[in-house]
Design a protein. Structure first.
Length: 275
């Protein structure tokens, strides 16, 4: 038996990275999945965002575990599209128990030099898009009357701060306030709400040249090794990054009965980076 047998999870940003890892890990525990992502480049983002074929690979991996999955393209900035995916997914799978608002982007610029589009896109996806995910999907948990769990993916950037990511830090700080209000509002319906705060995670959002330059502005063409050397100085434990599975295992704890009385918390997976 799995820890999530009979449950259904709605996951944004499920085409790759942490989102795909969450979908596969929850499926390993018996959950069926409603997977959401985009397939086109996000303006202002300096690395490749999700592409055609990414969601299909998530579907393949979940189905290989003999679990059901409904996958659809939707931008988290588009509430009607998200609502349709949630409605269609619940109609097909019969219920909803878990919402993982995981989709997010990264970009960088000095605060006083940042253009308006860069700021607006970041807030639109990483903060407003999380609210829209909650607005589209969580009413199905409420309607089910059996309680459930919501996890909002924040960041270590909501606990410690660095230069050139004011828009990212603002969005991730905002998720903590959203989470705490939701935890109070939804607690009477036995719906738990928490935020996750990872340090750097080995995904496409981090493993790219613009991020390497953010960590090593002293070098003209920093390599991954240069980035890892700099990133390792952020952590107390002797690692430069954590893996997506480390975050997924934390998700399983929060959404399963293992964390049945955990709500309103900022759950940190940071290798000691906040210390």
């Amino acid at each position: 038996m799995g820890k999530l047998d009979g449950k259904v999870a709605f996951i944004t940003g499920a085409g790759r990275g942490q989102g795909r890892s969450h979908a596969v890990r929850l499926a390993q525990e018996g959950a069926d999945i409603i997977a959401v992502d985009i397939t086109s480049q996000v303006d202002t983002v300096p690395y490749d965002t999700a592409r055609p074929g990414d969601l299909e690979e998530t579907v393949r991996q979940v189905e290989a575990l003999d679990r059901r999955i409904i996958a659809a393209e939707a931008d988290v900035r588009d509430l009607p599209a998200l609502t349709k995916v949630a409605d269609d997914g619940v109609a097909a799978l019969g219920r909803l128990d878990i919402v993982l608002a995981n989709a997010g982007i990264n970009s960088m610029a000095p605060t006083l030099e940042m253009d308006e589009q860069t700021w607006d896109t970041m807030i639109g996806i990483n903060l407003t898009g999380v609210w829209k995910t909650v607005r589209a999907a969580v009413p199905h948990i409420v309607a089910g009357g059996c309680g459930g769990s919501v996890v909002l993916t924040s960041s270590l950037a909501a606990i410690t701060v660095n230069e050139n990511i004011a828009h990212y830090s603002a969005a991730k700080h905002g998720l903590v306030g959203l989470m705490r209000v939701l935890a109070k509002e939804l607690g009477p319906q036995s719906i738990r709400v928490n935020t996750l705060h990872p340090t750097t995670v080995a995904t496409e959002m981090i493993l790219n040249e613009p991020t390497y330059k953010l960590f090593r502005p002293d070098l003209e063409n920093p390599t991954r090794a240069d980035f890892e050397e700099a990133a390792s100085t952020m952590n107390i434990l002797p690692v430069s990054m954590v893996e997506p599975i480390d975050i997924s295992n934390a998700v399983v704890y929060l959404v399963s009965d293992d964390g049945r009385y955990v709500t309103g918390t900022t759950h940190v997976i940071d290798a000691g980076g906040r210390l």
